[in-house]
Design a protein around this ligand. Structure first.
Ligand code: GDP
Length: 234
């Protein structure tokens, strides 16, 4: 049993109660359920040679990113295996069969993190977003109760600058009433249209299993779009 399981990590939602993203049809060729840890890098120079489309997840610490990755892949602890408290910052790669990588970018906004660590995050993630050839899209994970915080906006600004497709995942939607969740969705969609034109936005709940198919379909589309697109710079 690993340490997360021992602590009974609250984000460790049981996937046995509900299906993960359904495979055929909705996810196309994206093998989310076959996600397997591949590697971690601490420095942009250690990145593997660009290849299959990379679908990256980024978000403030505690936004629900690890839970979302685990929920989408139908695994209980895939992302927690590599979770660190904001000091060791790694980009973690998970292969999705042979067709794509799911990339877990280090979280941001940890309280009490030294400036040196923040600068490392900016360099590592900034470089990855600005110049990674095989990056297909970035999923920006935000707590639906506190969307578009300053660091989220900074990240979205980078995505806009680099012309990266962005998908905004408003997590823990179960914490809001249905009406409040719809209001938040409409508000974030309206703001996203000016912050990062073309960005898509959805509600998501790992706890209730809401939004799984929508997210899986979007990821499959973004990976397919990347395969169709000419290499960056052409
Ligand atoms: P990360 O730091 O972004 O990877 O966030 P985690 O996935 O570890 O989640 C942070 C906290 O939010 C944990 O206490 C989770 O139990 C909780 N959480 C994550 N997803 C949900 C959700 O869909 N609903 C609710 N109510 N809580 C959630």
């Amino acid at each position: 049993m690993d340490s997360n399981a021992k602590r009974g990590k609250p984000g460790d939602f049981s996937v046995a109660q509900r299906p993960a993203a359904s495979g055929k049809g909705s996810t196309g060729a994206l093998a989310l359920q076959r996600a397997a840890y591949a590697m971690s890098v601490h420095d942009a120079r250690e990145l593997p040679r660009p290849g299959v489309p990379e679908l990256a997840f980024a978000g403030r610490s505690n936004a629900g990113k690890s839970s979302a990755i685990n929920t989408l892949t139908g695994r209980t602890r895939l992302a927690f295996v590599s979770k660190t408290p904001g000091r060791t910052q790694l980009i973690n790669f998970f292969s999705l069969g042979e067709g794509a990588f799911l990339v877990d970018l280090p979280g941001y906004g940890y309280a009490g993190v030294p400036g040196e660590v923040r600068r490392h995050w900016q360099m590592l993630v900034g470089d990855y977003i600005a110049s990674r050839e095989s990056l297909a899209a970035v999923v920006v994970v935000m707590d639906a109760r506190h969307p578009l915080m300053p660091l989220d906006r900074q990240l979205i600004g980078w995505l806009r600058e680099a012309r990266r497709p962005a998908h905004l995942l408003l997590t823990k939607s179960d914490n809001l009433s249905r009406q409040a969740a719809q209001r938040t969705l409409a508000k974030v969609r309206a703001e996203a249209a000016s912050l990062c034109p073309g960005a898509t936005v959805q509600l998501f709940s790992s706890l209730k299993g809401e939004g799984i198919d929508e997210a899986a379909r979007t990821l499959a589309r973004l990976a397919a779009d990347k395969n169709k697109a000419p290499p960056k710079g052409e």
